[in-house]
Design a protein around this ligand. Sequence first.
Ligand SMILES: Cc1ncc(COP(=O)(O)O)c(C=O)c1O
Length: 381
Amino acid sequence: MDRRMFLATGGWSMAASLLPAGAHAAAATPAGSPSRIDFVSDGLGLEPREYAAQLQEAAAMVAADNYSRGGIIERLERDFARRLGKPAAMFVPTGTLANHLAVRRLAGDDRRVLVQAESHLYNDSGDGAQALSGLNLVPLAAGQTTPGLDEVQAWVERSGRGRVRNDVGVISIESPVRRRDHAMVDFARLEALSRYAREHGIRLHLDGARLFTLPFHSGRPLVEWTGLFDTVYVSLWKHFNGACGAILAGSEAFVDGLYHERRMFGGALPAAWPQVALVERYAGRFEQDYAAAWRVADALLGQLDASGLYRARRLPDGTSRCFLSVRDNDPVRVAQRLRAHDVVLPSPHPDSGEFALQVNPTLLRADPAALARSFVAAARA
Ligand SMILES: Cc1ncc(COP(=O)(O)O)c(C=O)c1O
């Protein structure tokens, strides 16, 4: 379903905070801190005035960039290269362009690119890599999260046997996979795929827009994931509350001169600093805040299940998404009542009535017991 269909509408109320005094301070950021618990966003879902207030504070520490080079951008590039375990990185204004630049440069003359059928690159980029860079994207594993090695092998062999030789140059993998409710790719199968690709000289790109949730769910540090790939993209706005932006990391040779291609595609923002000035504030603590947010979510879901008024559901390979349905009540009404308590839910699924909830650090503003009481009251009314 279109992500926008899940977005709840309307403003947020300044209703009584669910935050017990002094508790759960991690995500309660300085200026304009609301009490809103947001089950829709990947991050804090900052409203314009909240963003502006935090930008005002952060601005004192920001060195401006010039056409997306230097200043805070260069610092972020260095910082993220280190976090992702790569020698170099470049800021890109969107993840859409980051994926495109990555597969374009990695492919070179080997213009066949294997992708997941359910990936953003295949579905949500307007076939930009095909139209603008002459790449041939081959979709694998329709309806699934992890492509199998046998399917990859079959395409690599077929590509080498055509009348006109047209080798597979790149395999691009997204994990977590947004269209699979943020399920993560199976690590062991990914290792096998990476090993095979390297043996055959095929380059590997990771769309890790929401990569920073993986360590918590997989028990593996970021660099174990990124080490399987030549290049990796991570979003700056999904988890780290930038206004937009992405980091594309790889080897020195990969990043060298890449800013010319960024500019060619119209991606050199004359002043990128206002978009990313808050990122440093959140990136360093995301993994810790996210783990704490899941502790709140676990407690909440446990209490709601036990109440008999709700049913919670998780995916076995899930990351930031869980599901909640209301027993014997209208989910739209329940969401409206919760809204009055500053709890924002997505629209329920039109057929099942189930809510697809995003777990994010806004949950750190909540006391799980008080939050559960709000849910229970909303379902009883
Ligand atoms: C998995 C994934 N990759 C890439 C993108 C593109 O990011 P952007 O919106 O910054 O272009 C998105 C955005 O929703 C995404 O979910």
